[in-house]
Ligand binder design. Structure first.
Ligand code: C2E
Ligand code: CA
Ligand code: CA
Ligand code: CA
Length: 273
């Protein structure tokens, strides 16, 4: 085996080895996570930038693994994406969200759900949404689907077709992490989109970085001229909120208002103004 080439020695790099083991443990753990009821949902509110009233919540997955402790979705989602588990987790999430929508706190609010680019290759999520809406008698516009620009780059046909079906149902669509992907602006015109979410990397330094201010202002103008609404994510300071509000950003989301929390910890009083 040693003769197979020098490159193979890289395999014994202890750091890479530790990394591989972690990925393997996460894969194995994810396979049992649903059964063992280790998954939960947290909700982060989005607020109207002028009234600061809650308009909706983004649903975010949490995994508390028996073996690994709490694992961030930034770590486990990319791994789950390579297996069938993400589809099962998303189906679970959808039922959970549908049930939570009947909770008092959720009355008249929208819940946003994240779908990974690859999920548009492996399933028809428009059909799944339709079934869920019927089963739970939801108003379709109580649901919003967040997709990144990369879904459109990697898989334009399948993604566009499903987004169109979703819009026909009345479900809303947001482009997540806007400005960080590789897509052309042309699809904004061609696709049924309701919201652009400005990535938090542009919001973070808004107070100190003139370039970021220009980028954010430009995204807002672009979105509005195409008839789209804009949500800024990662809003942490009132200076950021004021800047975004003054520039006409429609909605704000971030730690300034609330961290993502379990539904039971949400109520109007929880939202700081
Ligand atoms: P995302 O969709 O961009 O979600 C926003 C992330 O920003 C969340 O991280 C949220 O907790 C965090 N965040 C919110 N406000 C602030 C803030 O003011 N400052 C900072 N620094 N961060 C803030 P989280 O929950 O760790 O999720 C990370 C990513 O994992 C998400 O990014 C999303 O891409 C993915 N993810 C989470 N849940 C799901 C899911 O159910 N399905 C899929 N496909 N992806 C998910
Ligand atoms: Ca999101
Ligand atoms: Ca985002
Ligand atoms: Ca982001």
């Amino acid at each position: 085996a040693k003769e197979q080439g020098r490159g193979r020695y890289a395999f014994f790099d202890p750091q890479i080895n530790a990394r591989n083991q972690r990925v393997m443990k996460i894969k194995t753990g994810l396979n049992q996570a649903l059964e063992k009821q280790e998954l939960s949902l947290v909700y982060q509110p989005r607020v109207h930038s002028e009234s600061r009233k809650v308009t909706g919540y983004e649903a975010l997955l949490r995994w508390n693994s028996e073996e690994l402790g709490s694992v961030s979705p930034a770590e486990f989602i990319p791994i789950a994406e390579t297996t069938e588990v993400l589809g099962q987790m998303t189906a679970w999430l959808l039922h959970q969200v549908a049930q939570d929508l009947s909770h008092e706190v959720m009355r008249g609010k929208q819940v946003s759900i994240n779908l990974s680019p690859r999920q548009f290759q492996t399933g028809n999520w428009a059909a799944t949404l339709k079934a869920t809406i019927e089963q739970y008698r939801l108003r379709p516009d109580q649901l919003c689907i967040e997709v990144t620009e990369n879904a459109l780059v990697e898989n334009f046909q399948a993604t566009a077709a499903q987004l169109e079906e979703m819009q026909a149902l009345g479900v809303e669509v947001a482009i997540d992490d806007f400005g960080t992907g590789y897509s052309s602006l042309e699809y904004l015109k061609r696709l049924p989109i309701d919201y652009l979410k400005i990535d938090r990397s542009f919001v973070r330094d808004i107070e100190t970085d003139a370039d970021d201010r220009v980028i954010v202002e430009t995204i807002i103008v672009l979105a509005h001229s195409l008839g789209l609404q804009v949500v800024a994510e990662g809003v942490e300071t009132s200076a950021q909120a004021e800047f975004l509000q003054a520039r006409g950003c429609d909605e704000l989301q971030g730690y300034l208002f609330s961290a993502p929390r379990p539904l039971s910890e949400h109520g109007e009083q929880q939202v700081k103004i």
